[in-house]
Ligand binder design. Structure first.
Ligand code: ADP
Ligand code: MG
Length: 645
């Protein structure tokens, strides 16, 4: 076996499973041909041709036919694994397939008279994930890290391990899901596997950093983290302490019957009741019920993005139920579910003997944490914005892959630094890179800058977050973009947009933009080190030195061209307003100057000459500017007079 045989990370979930792998760029999930990383944790037994054994299907095909094959489709087997019949009394009424007692206090699933152990079914799912990994990594895959919930007992962990081995995988480690999520955010990864090698925190200082030396954050690196995991059918909250790379689960709480399905159910109940009221019929046909279930989930997901959605359900005989539902309506329906998760957070904190103030970070896991109400309430509860930068469906698998790469001895390549290795900024007008945080700044750190609009009446600003050392946006690495919408229409230059970059101790970047006159705001969270290698940092730094001169010129040119556009725009406004007070010659001259300057800005390569032309334009429009200011003052006096009246 070669030393660099890949080790994969697997999130073996109740409803979905994923496989991920970490190469020198860091972890990434392995997707199917449609770009989907999730494999439904569902197995269907399809009757074979007479005489032949039944065939097993896994994943989407199995899930898509679940309604037709109620008795032969097995889902949620994670709820059964490693458990005895006696433990499962509460579960059984929810399962459509037949569960029977097996040997040595285990359970088995009976499908058409053949019996399957939960391990066998999990192993079929794991084999599917292993095959995906082999296809994409282009070689045999025999080693894996598999995650399980923090509350899994020894029997459940052992059974998961057995399932892995049956799938031809050597299970190097069983990792707690919240631990994996934490690792995915770069917390505790550096020395997670070698506490004995601990040289003090998750730092890997860059020697050239002059300001980082006195930073205290490397000395004592204990963090207490809450992982809030709201999935399809379950809710888990865990409190972890990470000290010098060693993870300790302080407490867990949860509800194995609280998840996205319950949010869907509130909509199903609402529609069922209103259909009864309006049409005096119940929704009983299985096809209609299935359609309603699918619809409810789709509406829920749409309301995570939009403020309202249309519900339309065909009831047969040309009867159609229609209604609009707003996000506010939906949040009113579902807020008791969210409050219930917070009560469980309270319990977990109490069991850990902590208050919400003792928590340094909150990490959101599970597809249902995309709901704005969940994010909002969690933020209020813990008094800090939770970590959301990574896809909540993928974060556990990503962390499993990081654990795998640590076991493979690859972690020295990971970028977990106590200084930011590259500058961070945003794209400014004309395609320049406006740096807010310079490279080698000690983290945590914060920077703000004011921006404004360039067009009159502009109501939205797009913010493109960049990483790199070059002066032009197109030569930097795009990290993510977001839009600040709803700025009230104002003249160009009037809005005051404060952009804040906050890079926390774990290297997670929060970028927010606030328009200060109206208070509108927007934000994004990013993991800047994602997909970045040390080699790349070195290359980017080297290239910035090589291109320094041309870059500075390019940046200066953009600034000059912006200034030209801005001055021309202001001049034209003033011509329109007070131009009549100039004589015709003077007006014609200014109009000619505008054309000449604009053309010069397009083609002039000598920037000093362009600067001179801009200065000269300023002189030649001085009288107009004075008239404009006087006009504006007069307007103001009139306005004040009107207001006083
Ligand atoms: P599990 O860990 O239980 O296997 P996941 O973490 O994959 O489950 O979460 C699945 C749940 O997330 C489903 O109930 C799904 O409807 C919900 N979900 C996915 N995307 C969104 C979204 N954008 N808004 C609200 N719920 C979502
Ligand atoms: Mg999950």
């Amino acid at each position: 076996m070669s030393a660099d045989e890949p080790i994969i990370g697997i999130d073996l979930g109740t409803t979905f499973s994923l496989v991920a792998y970490a190469d020198e760029r860091g972890p990434h999930v392995l997707r199917d041909e449609n770009g989907d990383a999730r494999v439904p944790s569902v197995l269907a037994v399809l009757p074979g041709t007479p005489g032949a054994p039944p065939t097993l299907t896994i994943g989407w095909p199995a899930r898509d036919h679940a309604v037709e094959n109620v008795k032969t489709t097995v889902y949620s087997v994670k709820r059964l694994i490693g458990k005895g019949l006696a433990d499962l009394e509460a579960e059984l009424p929810f399962l459509n397939y037949t569960v029977a007692g097996g040997p040595r206090d285990t359970v088995q699933i009976d499908i058409d008279g053949r019996r399957y152990s939960p391990e066998e079914i999990s192993s079929a799912i794991l084999r599917k994930l292993r095959e995906r990994a082999e296809q994409q990594l282009g070689g045999p895959v025999r080693k894996a890290v598999i995650t399980v919930p923090a509350y899994f007992d020894d029997a459940q962990r052992q059974a998961t391990r057995t399932a892995g081995e049956a799938a031809g995988l050597e299970v190097l480690r069983i990792v707690n899901e919240p631990t994996a999520a934490t690792l995915a955010y770069g917390i505790g990864a550096k020395i997670a596997d070698q506490p004995e090698n601990n040289t003090g925190g998750i730092s890997l200082p860059i020697p050239t950093c002059p300001t980082a030396s006195s930073d205290a954050s490397t000395a004592d690196h204990t963090q207490t983290v809450v992982v809030y995991d709201l999935g399809g059918g379950t809710f888990d909250v865990s409190v972890l302490r990470i000290e010098n790379g060693v993870f300790q689960v302080l407490s867990t709480a949860g509800d194995t019957r609280l998840g996205g399905d319950d949010f869907d159910r509130t909509l199903i109940t609402l529609v069922t009741r209103e259909v009864q009221e309006q049409f005096d019929v119940g929704i009983t046909a299985p096809a209609t019920r299935q359609a309603l279930r699918t619809l409810a989930e789709a509406i829920k997901i749409r309301l995570s993005e939009q403020n309202s959605a249309q519900i339309e359900l065909s009831l047969g005989d040309d009867r159609v139920y229609r209604r609009t539902i707003t996000r506010a309506d939906y949040e009113e329906l579902t807020s008791p579910l969210v409050e219930r998760t917070l009560e469980l957070c309270t319990r977990a904190l109490r069991d850990a003997d902590l208050g919400s103030n003792d928590i340094q970070q909150v990490i959101l896991v599970g597809g249902s944490t995309r709901m704005p109400l969940v994010r909002q309430r969690v933020e209020q509860y813990f008094g800090r914005p939770p970590y959301t930068a990574l896809n909540p469906d993928e974060v556990v698998a990503l962390g499993a892959a990081i654990q795998a790469s640590i076991l493979a001895g690859q972690q020295p390549d990971m970028l977990l630094l106590d200084v930011t290795p590259l500058s961070l900024g945003i794209e400014t007008m004309g395609g320049a890179m406006g740096k807010l945080i310079l490279r080698n700044t000690t983290i945590p750190c914060r920077a703000t800058e004011m921006f404004t609009t360039f067009v009159d009446g502009q109501t939205a600003i797009k913010l493109n977050v960049l990483q790199g050392e070059r002066e032009l946006a197109r030569d930097c690495r795009p990290l993510g973009e977001f839009e600040l919408r709803g700025i009230p229409p104002m003249p160009a230059g009037m809005p005051k947009v404060e952009v804040e970059f906050l890079l926390d101790a774990n290297g997670i970047l929060n970028v927010s933009a606030v328009e200060q006159r109206s208070g509108t705001q927007a934000s994004i969270q990013i993991v800047p080190s994602h997909g970045l290698t040390k080699d790349e940092v070195a290359r980017i730094t080297r290239e910035s030195v090589e291109h320094a001169q041309e870059d500075i010129a390019a940046h200066r040119r953009i600034d000059l061209v912006n200034q030209v556009e801005f001055d021309i725009h202001k001049t034209q406004q003033m011509l329109a307003k007070v131009g009549a007070e100039l004589n015709a010659d003077e007006r014609a001259r200014i109009e000619r100057d505008i054309v000449v300057l604009r053309e010069l800005a397009q083609r002039e390569q000598n920037l000093d000459r362009l600067q001179e032309a801009l200065t000269a334009f300023g002189h030649s429009t001085l009288r107009l500017a004075e008239l404009g200011i006087r006009g504006a003052l007069a307007d103001q006096t009139d306005k004040n007079a009107t207001e006083e009246r």
